[in-house]
Design a protein around this ligand. Structure first.
Ligand code: LLP
Length: 438
């Protein structure tokens, strides 16, 4: 499978954004995350286009947790996207990049007082309230500032989406949000609507991630609209906004067939309009928070192949110069990926191998994948690593975080520098009584 601007060039190498990946690996070193700018922008535009026609009163809010750095914020601002941040760090990144605060939505299921203050003082567009503790804190901070704060409330619709257990969030048994099925959501939100320091704009849900069917979205929208109808019935309140979170899946394997953005938009808008009509409610502003489906397929990881260990009758291990620290997803979610030998991209992938990392444990990355015969020094390209890879990178074994380059029309720009060994010890503190002469 070739995604976005990926193609095989005359040398038989994988090319992305007009850049030869083998040359990128040589110039910048590996592991290297390569982001395809054209695909990234195309995905933002596909969302905008799909909803502009069907439901013009909408905002597309990129979920920064999937991949964020200052250049990404700048690109999102150029594409006139909004941004969902879920921590002080994500908010700081956005503000440092000059991303307009009036397009920022602040999330988090245990926002600290400092995070709430930061969001208020930056004048972010909306704060999405997750729980009562946070609500009390927010009200107190709003009173201190003599302000009215624009909020959405995160609800838990109580449905079970079909995806990996660790990325499921719509079911009753979740740490997130206010429960709809037991009446908690209605009780808390109706009280908040009456509060002079809060301007409750509407409700939010996020049911899960990497969803390859649209059933969960359909069910959650039905439940959310019923709740909106109940608000009007109980207290005459008509919500202005409905935020349906993210979750649309992407292609990790050529056999994966995620719904297109257009068919997703058909289901969302079709369901929403049908439910609104049933309850005779006006269209709220439709907000959504795609992360993975904007950046996932736009990212490729390049590794250099080291030892190739053939265990006759068992398997062949291909060891790369990264692993768990730059891609924890196979270990966490049994995630699968497609790989190819970037400098042998035109050769038949006729060997089955298992790719492992270089951490001091069994960090199998990709089990039983088909590749062209790999040799030490070859470059291995892993597709669809744009979402939750750099974002979840760690320093395990004191590995440095890889570099990120943005490629476009034959140009490669570094957007995140590779960490240095110096960076690794920067935060270490040596008590005087332990200091040794150097
Ligand atoms: N909005 C909220 C409130 C979320 O919690 C998330 C993802 C999104 C939007 C974006 O969802 P997306 O469109 O990317 O599916 N680390 C996991 C994924 C965790 C997703 C967490 N929330 C992984 O690597 O699969």
């Amino acid at each position: 499978m070739l995604l976005g601007t990926q193609r095989i060039n005359a040398q038989g190498h994988l090319e992305i954004g007009g850049c030869d990946t083998v040359a990128l690996a040589r110039e910048f070193g590996t592991p290297l995350y390569v982001m395809d700018e054209a695909l990234l922008r195309a995905n933002c535009r596909a969302y905008k286009r799909a909803f502009a026609d069907r439901y013009p009163e909408n905002d597309i809010i990129y979920a920064g947790k999937a991949f964020l750095c200052t250049a990404m914020c700048a690109l999102l601002a150029e594409e006139e996207m909004c941004l969902d941040v879920a921590s002080a760090g994500e908010l700081h990144t956005a503000l440092m990049a000059g991303f307009p605060p009036e397009r920022i939505f602040m999330h988090g299921n245990n926002k600290s007082r400092a995070e709430l203050e930061m969001a208020l003082d930056a004048r972010v567009h909306r704060i999405i309230v997750d729980n009562e503790l946070e609500l009390e804190m927010l009200i107190a901070l709003a009173k201190e500032r003599d302000r009215q704060v624009d909020v959405l409330f995160r609800i838990t619709p109580g449905i079970d989406p079909h995806t990996h257990a660790r990325i499921r969030t719509g079911q009753v048994d979740t740490k997130f949000g206010f429960e709809v099925p037991n009446g908690q959501a209605a009780r808390v939100i109706e009280r908040a609507i009456a509060h002079p320091n809060l301007n409750v704009r509407g409700i939010h849900f996020h049911v899960g991630s990497q969803l390859l069917d649209l059933e969960a979205h359909r069910q959650a929208i039905e439940i959310a609209v019923e709740l909106l109808a109940q608000f009007r019935e109980d207290i005459g309140y008509v919500a202005e906004e409905l935020d349906i979170g993210g979750g649309l899946g992407i292609r990790y394997l050529s056999s994966h067939e995620p719904p297109s953005i257009a068919s997703y938009a058909d289901v969302v808008v079709g369901t929403l309009d049908r439910c609104l009509k049933e309850h005779n409610l006006p269209r709220p502003r439709l907000l959504q928070e795609p992360g993975r489906s904007i950046v996932g397929e736009a990212g490729t990881t390049l590794y250099t192949i080291g030892p190739v260990k053939e265990i006759p009758g068992v398997r062949t291990y291909v060891v790369v110069d990264g692993g768990l620290s730059d891609n924890p997803r196979p270990a966490l979610y049994d995630a699968v990926y497609e790989v190819l030998v970037a400098n042998k991209a035109n050769q038949p992938a006729d060997l089955t191998v298992t790719v492992a990392g270089k951490h001091c444990e069994t960090d199998t990355l990709f089990q039983d994948v088909r590749v062209a015969r790999p040799e030490p020094g070859d470059i291995l390209a892993v597709q669809s690593t744009g979402a939750y890879n750099y974002a979840m990178a760690s320093n395990y074994n004191r590995f440095t975080h890889p570099m990120v380059v943005l490629v476009h029309n034959g140009q490669a720009d570094v957007i995140v520098e590779r960490q240095t060994l110096e960076d690794l010890v920067r935060h270490d503190v040596m008590p005087a009584r332990l200091a040794r002469p150097k």
